[in-house]
Design a protein around this ligand. Structure first.
Ligand SMILES: [Zn+2]
Length: 357
């Protein structure tokens, strides 16, 4: 491991300033939440010492504790070495919080895991009595201190996470967000064609977009996301997050979903637990569309579906049927477009599930 946190981090009695860096390698395509993930699992590591040779060795015995951080050998059985790599950023925080800064006990419990990249989702845990802010925005804590946040496609290089404990201590972490390279296609020399939809259609599109926005803004206090994520459909990946076309020099809207191509009628299932916030059969652009709220502002959208089997308010468990793959809305062929949002921030659903193709 290259010394990724700043050992000369400044600190005062109340404020701890640290810097932690995510891996600069391309985003990993492995799911960080296995399908059997439960939140408590996130604290368990097989080999804490594998991360930093200068750190104290993690005891191998079950239930041992290092500076308040529980370790359990084999707790992530089956995840293997790549899992450790994936959790590197998280482990850096552990080291930062437990070995470098020696923070007050309440703050030592803060753990982050996930993808510190554009499009990445980060799930954290802290003392439930703390309060957490990302770039000064309050973030909901679950009953066990769970929280989450994400970085959109074009997120800047840094974000500041602040953890405030009830006794007034404030911990500031500068998160480094790794940039990504997106698939950009430039097509020039196209015949100019200005298509302005008629007013009636524009009204419809605006109304539908507003409904989608509202469906994604729920800050539901139930951490459904703790179920972890699985693929919502079988099929070949035919489109990825972040890709964009530039037609005659004019950038089009980036593609925010991951496209799974499959025959019309292929089942679409809930990738994680959640409550249905939108279920429409015929939206202009996205056709059969469902938005599933995974709690704390995290939501999935499923577009272009042939059938929609759910209704607004339905509570789904991971694997429950949602509908089927279709070619509804403005599409060229049957596929599921699966999107993940943290409120209005577009995240990369492909980072939440094991790689495919
Ligand atoms: Zn798509």
């Amino acid at each position: 491991m290259s010394g990724n946190f700043n050992p000369a981090a400044q600190s005062t009695s109340l404020t701890l300033i640290g810097a932690a860096t995510a891996s600069t390698s391309p985003p990993r395509r492995r799911g960080f939440l296995p399908s059997n993930f439960r939140f408590g699992d996130s604290f368990r590591f097989r080999d804490v010492e594998a991360v930093n040779s200068s750190s104290p060795k993690a005891p191998a015995s079950a239930g041992a504790t290092v500076n308040g951080v529980a370790t359990r050998r084999g707790g992530m059985a089956g995840m293997g070495g790549t899992f450790r790599t994936r959790f590197k950023s998280c482990l850096q925080y552990l080291l930062l919080l437990t070995f470098v800064l020696t923070p007050p006990p309440a703050l030592a419990k803060t753990v982050l895991e996930g993808d510190f990249t554009q499009g990445g989702l980060v799930i954290g845990s802290t003392d439930p009595n703390n309060r957490v802010f990302l770039d000064d925005k309050w973030i909901r804590l679950g009953p066990k201190g769970q929280f989450l946040f994400g970085f959109t496609r074009d997120a800047g290089a840094e974000a500041v996470l602040e953890v405030r404990s009830p006794d007034g201590a404030v911990e500031r972490l500068v998160l480094q967000i790794a940039p990504r390279e997106y698939n950009i296609q430039r097509i020039d020399g196209l015949p100019r064609k200005m298509v302005t939809p008629p007013t009636a259609l524009l009204t419809r599109i605006r109304r539908e977009n507003a409904a989608i926005r509202v469906a994604r803004m729920h800050d539901t206090p139930i951490p459904y996301f703790e179920s972890g994520f699985i693929w919502p459909a079988e099929g070949r990946i035919s489109g990825v997050y972040g890709s964009q076309r530039i037609l005659n020099g004019k950038p089009r809207r980036p593609h925010y979903g991951i496209d799974v191509a499959g025959p019309v009628g292929t089942p679409v299932i809930a990738p994680a637990d959640g409550v249905v916030r939108l279920a429409e059969r015929d939206l202009y652009y996205s056709g059969g569309t469902v938005i599933l709220d995974h709690g704390h502002g995290l939501s999935s959208a499923f577009l272009h579906m042939h059938e929609v089997h759910v209704r607004v308010g339905d509570i789904l468990r991971q694997g429950d049927p949602i509908g089927s793959i279709g070619a509804t809305g403005r599409v060229t062929g049957p596929h599921l477009d699966w999107r993940i949002n943290w409120f209005d921030q577009r995240l990369d659903a492909g980072l939440l599930v094991p790689p495919r193709n």
